[in-house]
Design a binder for this molecule. Sequence first.
Ligand SMILES: NC(=O)c1ccc[n+]([C@@H]2O[C@H](COP(=O)([O-])OP(=O)(O)OC[C@H]3O[C@@H](n4cnc5c(N)ncnc54)[C@H](OP(=O)(O)O)[C@@H]3O)[C@@H](O)[C@H]2O)c1
Length: 342
Amino acid sequence: MTENTPNQINRRVVVAARPSPAVTEACFRLEEAAVPEPGDGEVLLRNHYLSIDPAMRGWIAEGPNYSPPVPIGDVMRSFAVGEVVRSRNANYREGDFLMGRFGWQDWAVANEDAVDRKVDPAEAPLSANLHLLGMTGLTAYLGLLDVGMPKEGETVVVSTAAGAVGALVGQIAKIKGCRAVGLTGSDEKVADCLESFGYDSAINYKTADDLSVALAEACPDGVDVYYDMTGGPISDAVMDLINVGARIVVVGTMAVPSSPTPMGPRYNRQILVKRAKMQGFLVLDHFDRLDDAARELARWYREGRVTFREDISQGLDTAPSQLFKLLDGRNRGKALVRLISA
Ligand SMILES: NC(=O)c1ccc[n+]([C@@H]2O[C@H](COP(=O)([O-])OP(=O)(O)OC[C@H]3O[C@@H](n4cnc5c(N)ncnc54)[C@H](OP(=O)(O)O)[C@@H]3O)[C@@H](O)[C@H]2O)c1
């Protein structure tokens, strides 16, 4: 429990400038303000963990996206887990933990709309509500099962395979009886894929002599589901191996710079010849299914069938550098910031 008389200042990280196009120190500013007072229907939360997500690059960019950019001067948008310190909402009591969009700040006032889920601390560690039982877990679960529709014995290929989403996709593919093949950017992450996340095969796409050859060896029966989080050269190599009826789930574009839009191979012929289906997936469309997905993921976690790795920094001021690290691929596991001392 944290103190319930917040006679303190609220430190918060605000958006100071748009990326141009790189996300740099200049994009953020640390500020201090009074701890806000909850109004009718609102709660005051003490944030314990902040989520750091690749999508943040898009959230602060000027260009068109699936949600409006965070206005300059506003607190950086972020999922967080916080403890209710004062409640003026009958659904939440002091001491409850909530996961929702509470921003990069020590204290947040939130109404019902900003809350995505009431946390059950017995289910999993608090921080897991920002990945396994949160946005990335739902992305892995629904993106793979609803769109990828993997069948037993099929081959599922995953890019950013050792990351927050990818680690779970590989493990869920194994639960469903598939061959899981991961692509990732370092030997340490290859080891994570093989030793922790159950992948049958994992490739360091940065050091492979010939990515197409390495992939063909890892996928002797071709590719039935491609869970694509990069686009770019990795996807070009995977697309050459897709089977008839393959499903390509487009979830992320880590290898596609914001600008200028790069040119690349055209996939029309592979999709036609293989009668494949390519579909975009956006988790924000599916938050009404978070509770159901989290229940099953929590059960798999309790049964020891899924695990995770976290990359945690300490202190609000580390949030921007955690984001730079993630965008450079230097994170090893789900990127988080802890605000309360461990
Ligand atoms: N559509 C949705 O609703 C949704 C929801 C959540 C996440 N996503 C997307 O899923 C992807 C993974 O998210 P996450 O939270 O799980 O992050 P993550 O995988 O934990 O971290 C991002 C990883 O991307 C890889 N990367 C960075 N630059 C790259 C490049 N140029 N080429 C290839 N890979 C690069 C790095 O891993 P390596 O070392 O392996 O290269 C880095 O560690 C992101 O694209 C994110 O936007 C989409």
